[in-house]
Ligand binder design. Structure first.
Ligand code: FES
Length: 80
């Protein structure tokens, strides 16, 4: 299982970190890809970081924005 640091860059184009994405979801209530793009700029340009389908369907990253959203929403549901 891959381990991640909050400083790991998720979006290379905008240099957005995992910590910034998590903050956007947890503290700014971003619930989907569009709201994360609007708030952080991650996924705004090439889009390769947003989901593996946008990365020519050949995963090159350990995690994509849609994976992070799903993971955090699943945790949130379990905590409710
Ligand atoms: S890597 Fe995120 S928009 Fe290009």
């Amino acid at each position: 299982m891959a381990r991640f640091e909050m400083t790991d860059i998720i979006c290379e184009c905008e240099k957005v970190t995992l910590g910034e994405i998590i903050y956007a979801i947890k503290e700014k209530n971003c619930k989907n890809l569009e709201s994360i793009i609007n708030l952080t700029g991650a996924g705004k340009y090439c889009g390769f970081c947003s989901k593996k389908e946008k990365d020519f369907n050949i995963p090159k990253k350990k995690i994509y924005l849609d994976n992070i959203i799903t993971k955090l929403q699943t945790q949130r549901i379990r905590n409710d």
